[in-house]
Design a protein around this ligand. Structure first.
Ligand SMILES: NC(=O)c1ccc[n+]([C@@H]2O[C@H](COP(=O)([O-])OP(=O)(O)OC[C@H]3O[C@@H](n4cnc5c(N)ncnc54)[C@H](OP(=O)(O)O)[C@@H]3O)[C@@H](O)[C@H]2O)c1
Length: 326
C-alpha cells in the first residue's frame, strides 16, 4: 500500500511517499481503507524521533483516520465491510490502509465528509477528555485555553460553547489569530505576545481565577498558570513545548486546594481509550451529526504533499486542522 515513510528522523523534508505492507487486522481490529487523515502536533515530534509509537502500534505517522471498513479481523461484531468510520489509531494514519480497534470506531454521520471526520478523533477526544472528564468544567464555570487557533483548542472552544454554554472561556492566541478566536465564541481572547495572561485573567475574573486551565506550553507557563487558577482549580497539562522543568509554590497550591493533572491519550490501554471514546460518542457525536459542531479545516492536502502539510503546521500560520487525503 501507499504510505508516508521517514528516511531518518528530522525536519519536514525527511517525509517521502513509499510502500509498506498492508496491515493485517488483529483480534478485535478492523482494516480501514483510509480516505483522509490529519496532521496533529504529536506527529511533528514523532517525525523528529522524540515520540515513538506505543509498543505494538504502527511506526507509520498518523493518529487518526476516516474511511470505510475494508475487512473485519477476528472477533469483531457489530460492524460490516463498507461502514463509514472514523477512529483514533496508535499510529499508521498516513497510509492507504490502517488497522483500528473495533471498540475505538465511531460511525461517521451522513452529514459529515471524510475530511471533516478526519479532524474529530485526536483533537476533539483530547479536548473532551481533558476539559470535561479530567478538568471537570461545568456550566457557569470558567476555563483558560492556551493557543486558540490550534487543532486541540479550536475543538476545545467548540465543545465548551456547545456543552457548557454559560461557562466563561478565556483563550490565549498570537496577535494574527485574536479576531478569529473571538469569532469562535471565546469570551476573552488574550494576545499572549503583547499581554500578561495571568494579569488579564485576574482582571476578567475579579481576581477569582479560572476553574480549569488546558495547557500544552509547560514550564514557561507554570507560574502564570498557577496565578490564574481559582481555589479548587485544575491545571491539565497535555504538552510541554516550552520545556519540562519549572519551580512550583507547593504551599500556595496546597492552601488553594488545586490540582495539576498530566494527561496523554495515545499510550492509554485499549479498553481505557474505548471507555473514553464511548462517552465521547454519546455526548458529542449527536452535536457533530446535527452540525452544531463543525470541525475547522485550515487546508486539505493530498498525501503526496505531506511535507508541505508539516511545514504549514510548523510555521504556526494554520488556524484549525490540516487534512491529508489518501
Ligand atoms: N497529551 C495529549 O493527549 C495530546 C493530544 C493531542 C495533542 N497534544 C499536544 O497539544 C498541543 C497542541 O496540539 P495541536 O495538534 O492542537 O497543535 P497545533 O494545531 O499546532 O496548536 C498549537 C497552538 O498553540 C499556539 N501556541 C504556540 N505557542 C504558544 C504560546 N506560547 N502560548 C499560547 N499559544 C501558543 C499555536 O499558535 P501560535 O503560534 O500562532 O500562537 C497553535 O495555535 C501539542 O503540544 C500536542 O503535542 C497532546
Amino acid at each position: 500500500m501507499k504510505t508516508v515513510l521517514i528516511s531518518e528522523f528530522g525536519g519536514a523534508d525527511v517525509l517521502r511517499i513509499g510502500e509498506a505492507d498492508k496491515p493485517i487486522p488483529r483480534e478485535g481490529q478492523v482494516l480501514v481503507e483510509v480516505a483522509a487523515s490529519s496532521v496533529n502536533g504529536p506527529d511533528l515530534v514523532q517525525r523528529e524521533g522524540r515520540y515513538p509509537p506505543p509498543k505494538g502500534d504502527s511506526e507509520i505517522l498518523g493518529l487518526e483516520v476516516a474511511g470505510t471498513i475494508a475487512e473485519l479481523g477476528p472477533g469483531v461484531s457489530g460492524w460490516v465491510v463498507g461502514d463509514r468510520v472514523m477512529s483514533l489509531v496508535g499510529g499508521g494514519g498516513y497510509a492507504e490502509y490502517a488497522a483500528a480497534y473495533a471498540d475505538h470506531l465511531i460511525p461517521i454521520p451522513d452529514s459529515m465528509s471524510f475530511e471533516e471526520a478526519a479532524c474529530v478523533c485526536e483533537t476533539y477526544i483530547t479536548a473532551y477528555l481533558n476539559v470535561f472528564m479530567l478538568g471537570g468544567l461545568t456550566d457557569g464555570g470558567s476555563a483558560l485555553l492556551h493557543g486558540g487557533g490550534g487543532g486541540v483548542n479550536t475543538a476545545a472552544i467548540h465543545l465548551c460553547k456547545a456543552l457548557t454554554p454559560s461557562a466563561k472561556v478565556i483563550v490565549t492566541a498570537s496577535p494574527g489569530k485574536v479576531e478569529r478566536v473571538e469569532a469562535l465564541g471565546a469570551d476573552l481572547v488574550i494576545d499572549y505576545k503583547a499581554q500578561d495572561f495571568a494579569e488579564e485573567v485576574q482582571r476578567f475574573t475579579d481576581k477569582r481565577g479560572v476553574q480549569l486551565i488546558l495547557d500544552h506550553i509547560g514550564a514557561a507557563y507554570l507560574a502564570s498558570n498557577m496565578k490564574s487558577l481559582a481555589v479548587y482549580g485544575k491545571l491539565v497539562i497535555i504538552g510541554v513545548t516550552s520545556g519540562i522543568k519549572s519551580e512550583l509554590n507547593l504551599a500556595l497550591m496546597m492552601v488553594k486546594r488545586q490540582q495539576i493533572i498530566g494527561s496523554v491519550l495515545r499510550p492509554r490501554p485499549v479498553p481505557e481509550k474505548a471507555a473514553i471514546i464511548a462517552e465521547f460518542t454519546e455526548q458529542v457525536l449527536p452535536l457533530l451529526a446535527e452540525r452544531r459542531i463543525v470541525p475547522l479545516i485550515y487546508k486539505v492536502y493530498p498525501l503526496e504533499e505531506v511535507t508541505q502539510a508539516h511545514r504549514d503546521m510548523e510555521s504556526g500560520a494554520h488556524f484549525g486542522k490540516i487534512v491529508l487525503t489518501v
